[in-house]
Design a protein around this ligand. Structure first.
Ligand code: SF4
Length: 345
């Protein structure tokens, strides 16, 4: 099986285009168990710990089935890191997808031009032709997956599906062949419909937000501290399936419009738009509190936090902000802060 990997801080990579080109899209994820070694020669110690982790893995060598990598503009860190990828990562096809920060008509045109450039470079690089009909078929498939994930996500709030189990499902959806994913999700939904709520202890209902959180062990750690994630606005979470792509129009336009109309991620401005989405989630899912996690040196999140802190205080919604390194030892070190939060909410 040939794959295209995507390095994406904002989950804006057009998986449907990779699928139409005959590749399985694979989201590149971090590995919190590895040490930073080679990457230290190329980035300063104040570089985002998650992006640094992906680069470390890429310099060491990605899975040989990955024939190309597309990096999307999520934040300035991933933007500048791409130049280092060109120099240090041994892979034939690399493309930087320039996703605009704005969402107006000019931004849409800019994004469309870049998506068309991506298609043209894949066609040239792999000597293939990407058919519009194939992109449409792929959109139908990924939309089915989005709808299933959205339906399944609701079982977290009903205390039937653990937040960590759901997190694993979203990761599985971003890193496997989509027909296989569809099959797994259908089976999961069937199973959940016949399952009773878990009753072992009264868990606090949490809205989880922040930088990318790709280590499911962290959600298991939260569960151990008495929190159930009932809602989120993460890229390994709601942002991956909240909306669907229009199926009855030019597929490239539909993909561009979809990505520029999704709920705002923490890497995008303005913060008040993101706050409105979080506020609605907090109300709709009747959460006891909000946990906002920033990967160490994640500038977009660090800028966002003072505003979020002030706004949630005004609404009297308990809010915990944590900046943390990308390793599991760190969870233990932060235990008391989570325990204290659990006690006050
Ligand atoms: S965690 Fe923050 S700084 Fe790091 S890649 Fe994501 S958005 Fe960028």
């Amino acid at each position: 099986m040939t794959k295209i990997g995507y390095f994406d801080a904002d989950v804006v990579s057009p998986e449907e285009i990779f699928m139409a080109a005959g590749f399985t899209p694979i989201r590149l994820l971090g590995d919190p168990t590895i040490e930073y070694d080679k990457v230290n020669e190329h980035v300063p110690p104040t570089h985002c710990v998650w992006a640094k982790n992906i680069l470390e893995q890429a310099i060491r060598g990605l899975n040989s089935e990955i024939k190309g990598v597309v990096t999307s503009h999520g934040c300035d860190c991933t933007n500048r890191e791409f130049d280092i990828w060109i120099e240090t990562v041994d892979i034939d096809f690399l493309f930087y997808l320039n996703v605009p920060l704005k969402r107006d008509k000019i931004a849409l045109k800019f994004f469309l031009d870049d998506l068309r450039e991506l298609i043209s470079q894949i066609e040239d690089g792999f000597k293939i032709k990407i058919q519009s009909e194939k992109i449409k078929e792929s959109i139908k498939l990924t939309n089915q997956i989005r709808r299933l994930l959205k339906e399944i996500s609701e079982y977290r709030s009903r205390m039937i599906l653990k937040g960590s189990e759901f997190h694993e499902l979203v990761k599985l959806s971003q890193t496997n062949d989509k027909n296989y994913v569809l099959d797994i999700l259908k089976k999961k939904l069937k199973e959940l419909k016949n399952k009773a709520p878990f009753t072992e202890k009264k868990m606090k209902r949490i809205l989880l937000t922040g930088s990318i959180i790709d280590d499911t062990e962290f959600l298991i750690f939260l569960e151990d501290k008495g929190f159930q994630v009932v809602a989120d606005d993460l890229c390994i979470g709601s942002r991956y399936f909240w909306n669907t792509i229009e199926e009855d129009k030019d597929p490239i336009v539909a993909i561009a419009e979809y990505h520029l109309s999704k709920p705002l991620y923490s890497t995008k401005m303005p913060s008040y738009e993101r706050f409105e989405f979080l506020k609605d989630l907090a109300g709709n899912y009747e959460v006891d509190g909000i946990i906002n996690i920033a990967m160490k040196f994640c500038e977009p999140m660090l800028y966002d936090h003072p505003y979020m802190n002030k706004k949630f205080k005004e609404l009297e919604i308990p809010y915990l902000f944590i900046e943390m390194s990308y390793n599991r030892e760190q969870y233990k070190q932060l235990s008391t802060r989570f325990e204290a939060f659990e006690e006050i909410i």
